[in-house]
Design a protein around this ligand. Structure first.
Ligand SMILES: [Fe+2]
Length: 337
C-alpha cells in the first residue's frame, strides 16, 4: 500500500485548510509517517542531489574517510560504514507479532552517511559540536550549491509541516516552528552499495530517528520498511512526486506520546537487486533531512499535552542538546569517555 498523501497546496496558498492539518496529524499518529506533496519541490533538484551523492559514495573508502570528523561525533562530514549501531529496541520489538518482527540483525549498520548542516546557526550555544562548520569534499566544487538547494527545499517543507501539524493538534500555529528556528538541521543522505550485500541483508537496523521530523525525497531504490502505531511492518511506498515525512523522538516528546516516533529499517530486497539492473549507479542513496529542535530549547509536552499523566511520567523537561547527546551515545557516535 502507498502512504496517504497530504497536499500542501492549500496551506501554501494561505488557506486555513483545517481538514488537511487534522488529516496530517491523524496520518502521522497512525503510521508515524506520511507522503507529502509540496509543489515547490522539483524532481530535478532531487535528481541533481542524488546524482552527486551517488558519485560521492562510489569513491574509494580511503577518499571518503578524509571527510570523517569523529571528534565532532560525525555530526558533520561522513560517517563511515560500520560506525553507527542502532540502540537496543528489543523491548519494543518483543511486543510485535512474529510476522511483524524486525529483520534479525546485530552489530553496526553497513550504510555510509554524509551530514551537512542547514540553515542559520545560533550565535552561541552550550553544544558547539552540534553547530560545527560544514565539510566540503575535495573534487566537488558544486557541493555547497547542490546540498543547500535541495536541503532548503526540504527544510521549507519541514517548516510548513510543523505549522500545519501544530494547527491540526490544537496547538498555537507557531508552537513547533519557534522551537525549530535555528535548529541544527542536517541534510544526511545515506549510501549503500546494493551489489555488495545479499538479499535480506540489513543496511540500517531497526531504529527510530532522534530528531523532530525526518524528510526524504523518493529514493531510487526500495528497501525502507516502517512500523505503524499498531506495530504492523509495511514497505514504505511513496507516490511519484511526493516526499516522505517520519515522526522523530523530539516530536513524540513535545506531544507527550500522542504522536509516536516511527520505527523503521532498511533492508536489501529482491526488488532492489532487480532495480540495480536498470540504474546507472548501484548505490542506494537516501535523500534525508533531519529537522531538529534548537539545541538550547527545552523538550517537554506542549499545551494540552502537558495534562496527560503519562506525559508527566515519561517526558520530563530536558534540553534538546542533552537529549541529542544521550541518543548519540546510545548509537555509538559519541564516546562517553
Ligand atoms: Fe532513520
Amino acid at each position: 500500500m502507498e502512504l496517504p498523501v497530504i497536499d500542501l497546496n492549500a496551506f501554501l496558498q494561505g488557506s486555513r485548510c483545517e481538514e488537511d492539518c487534522r488529516n496530517l496529524a491523524n496520518v502521522l499518529r497512525q503510521y508515524g509517517a506520511a507522503a507529502i506533496y509540496d509543489p515547490r519541490v522539483e524532481q530535478r533538484d532531487g535528481d541533481r542531489f542524488l546524482d552527486m551523492m551517488e558519485r560521492y559514495f562510489e569513491q574509494p573508502t580511503e577518499v571518503k574517510l578524509k571527510d570523517a570528523r569523529p571528534e565532532l561525533y560525525y555530526q558533520v562530514g561522513v560517517t563511515p560504514e560500520f560506525t553507527e549501531e542502532p540502540r537496543d529496541n528489543s523491548a519494543y520489538a518483543e511486543k510485535l507479532s512474529t510476522k511483524n518482527k524486525p529483520t534479525p540483525f546485530q552489530g553496526k549498520d553497513c550504510k555510509w552517511r554524509f551530514q551537512w548542516r542547514m540553515g542559520p546557526r545560533p550565535e552561541c550555544s552550550k553544544y558547539p559540536e552540534l553547530e560545527a562548520e560544514p565539510v566540503i569534499p575535495q573534487g566537488f566544487p558544486e557541493w555547497p550549491t547542490i546540498m543547500n538547494t535541495w536541503g532548503e527545499k526540504l527544510l521549507a517543507t519541514g517548516f510548513a509541516i510543523a505549522e500545519m501539524l501544530a494547527f491540526g493538534l490544537d496547538l498555537p500555529r507557531d508552537a513547533f516552528v519557534r522551537l525549530l528556528s535555528r535548529g541544527s538541521h542536517l541534510l544526511a543522505p545515506t549510501g549503500v552499495d546494493v551489489d555488495k550485500y545479499e538479499v535480506g541483508h540489513v543496511v540500517a537496523g531497526f531504529h527510530y530517528d532522534l530528531n523532530f521530523i525526518t524528510l526524504h525525497g523518493k529514493a531510487r531504490y526500495p528497501g525502507l520498511f516502517i512500523w505503524t502505531r499498531e506495530g504492523i511492518r509495511i514497505p514504505c511506498k511513496v507516490p511519484d512526486g511526493c516526499l516522505l515525512v517520519q515522526v522523530g523522538a523530539q516530536l513524540e516528546y513535545l506531544t507527550g506520546g500522542y504522536l509516536e516516533k516511527g520505527f523503521h529499517e532498511v533492508v536489501i530486497t529482491e526488488q532492489a537487486k532487480q532495480k540495480a539492473k536498470e540504474c546507472k549507479s548501484h548505490w542506494r542513496v537516501s535523500s534525508t533531512l533531519f529537522v531538529h529542535v534548537q539545541v538550547d530549547s527545552i523538550l517537554q509536552p506542549l499545551g494540552h499535552f502537558q495534562h496527560n499523566e503519562l506525559a508527566k511520567q515519561y517526558y520530563s523537561p530536558i534540553e534538546a542538546g542533552a537529549q541529542v547527546a544521550q541518543e548519540l551515545q546510545a548509537i555509538q557516535l559519541k564516546n562517553t569517555t
